[in-house]
Design a protein around this ligand. Structure first.
Ligand code: FIX
Ligand code: ZN
Length: 420
């Protein structure tokens, strides 16, 4: 080091220094199911919504013989009572989703030892939503929340159409699953909305109508990117409506606007429909589709997160090959400490800092707190190990360099990818 370089961090200080930085650097949460407060009841929050999270419903229905249909007939508070009893009273809440509820309540200053659900409800009942949003974001260390916005959602769509004053903390993402995965039905819907897609044939006329639809909604919601979740067997190029619509309309639109296209492959919807939203599963994706997309469309930018653990190594290697691909997050069933640790370590080892280790996928506002706290603990651990490995080579990392690296991991690299 030359005489003007800032002092390196001493080995004994390293762990504390990294922990401080990871905890205090605000994150850009690039995929959630939260809403700008202007959407009213679509923004879920509070103890009952925390308890009826679909992750917990799947776990609790394993602990009861109640027929699924009877569970769905219960009001929200009745469902929450059942989840609380099955997962917190009759068993210890060891799963990640259960622990998450407790981390959140504890961080909000509530006494979880009392196991007093009515008292928790009372506490939430006197919360002011605006203050609660600010407090959850502060406790989670989140500076910006990206929503998931579907023009096909009958509850969401009218709010966009009426127009509202945007809350700058909430960014939009244009979600287009029905367009790509249910073409015949969606074509009928688009026709009804005045887009001349023809008779459902995937031809130039349909593509230009779809491009007009995407352009209108991109203007309306100002998204950071377009996005879709896909089944594991999605192929590209191909004759499926999804592959043709991507090629003929979605990717040209993304090129026109400079918006990335986010793919989330690996989900098998409704493996058990009786569980409703809790009934989705996963499968191993053929990542050749993503490889083909990145290779054949160098002018497009792709974001990707993939659901199966067994796909993670291949996905990370793919990101080494294509700089128009930015990988992010440990999605859904991967968002558990053991797998976040494994995946984040591997990604750092293969990519350095050019990826985004985590998004929350929060559906309930309060979940931001636990999802970010739990992930930050692991990101800290991985970074401490990696900087320590460097230190043993004689390479000292300065505090400023570390702060820059952490900023990149918690949203900076993603924002740079959006801009490039
Ligand atoms: O498709 C998605 O965006 C998934 O994240 C959700 O559909 C899923 O239900 C979820 O909440 C996962 O965390
Ligand atoms: Zn999601």
């Amino acid at each position: 080091m030359n005489a003007n370089s800032p002092a390196p961090v001493a080995a004994s200080e390293l762990a504390a220094q990294v922990a401080r930085l990871v905890q205090s650097t605000p994150a850009y949460d690039l995929h959630t199911h939260l809403y700008d407060p202007a959407f009213g009841e679509l923004l879920l929050w509070g103890i009952d919504d925390l308890l009826v999270y679909h992750y917990l419903i799947a776990e609790s229905l394993r602990q009861t013989s109640l027929p699924f249909a009877d569970f769905w007939r219960l009001p929200k508070t009745g469902q929450a009572d059942l989840v609380w009893d099955a997962l917190f009273v009759r068993h210890s809440p060891l799963s990640e989703a259960c622990r998450g509820v407790l981390t959140t309540l504890h961080a909000l200053g509530l006494d979880v030892r009392r196991r007093d659900l009515p008292a928790l409800r009372q506490w939430f009942a006197q919360r002011n939503l605006d203050r609660h949003i600010t407090e959850c974001m502060e406790l989670a260390g989140v500076r910006r929340i990206c929503m998931t916005n579907s023009p096909f959602d009958p509850l969401e769509r009218p709010v966009w159409e009426r127009g509202f004053q945007r809350d700058e903390r909430f960014a939009a993402a244009l979600r287009i699953d029905p367009l790509l995965l249910a073409w015949p039905e969606t074509a009928a819907q688009l026709r009804e909305w005045g887009y001349a897609v023809g008779n459902g044939e995937l031809d130039d006329r349909a593509f230009s109508a779809v491009r007009r639809f995407l352009a209108d909604w991109s203007r309306k919601i100002d998204p950071q990117f377009l996005m879709v979740s896909l089944p594991p067997d999605f192929t590209f190029p191909g004759r499926s409506p999804a592959a043709q619509l991507l090629q003929g309309a979605v990717l040209p639109h993304c090129r026109d606007t400079g918006l990335p296209f986010a793919l989330m492959p690996g989900v098998r919807r409704q493996v058990n429909p009786l569980l409703r939203m809790a009934g989705d599963g996963l499968g191993l994706t053929d990542l050749r589709a993503l490889e083909n997309l990145c290779a054949s469309h160098p002018e497009n930018k792709f974001l990707a997160t993939v659901l199966a653990r067994e796909n993670q190594h291949e996905l990370t290697v793919l990101a080494r090959k294509f700089r128009n691909l930015h990988i992010f997050g440990c999605w859904w069933f991967l968002n558990i400490p053991s797998l976040i640790d494994e995946i984040t370590r591997m990604r750092v080892e293969l990519l350095g800092l050019s990826f985004t280790p985590q998004h929350s996928d929060a559906r309930i506002l309060d979940q931001l707190v636990y999802k970010w706290r739990h992930s930050r603990e692991i990101i800290t651990r991985v970074l401490v190990d990696k900087y320590s490995d460097l230190a043993r080579t004689g390479w000292d990392t300065t505090p400023d360099e570390m702060a820059r690296d952490v900023r990149n991991l918690l949203g900076g690299s993603f924002e740079q990818f959006l801009r490039q």
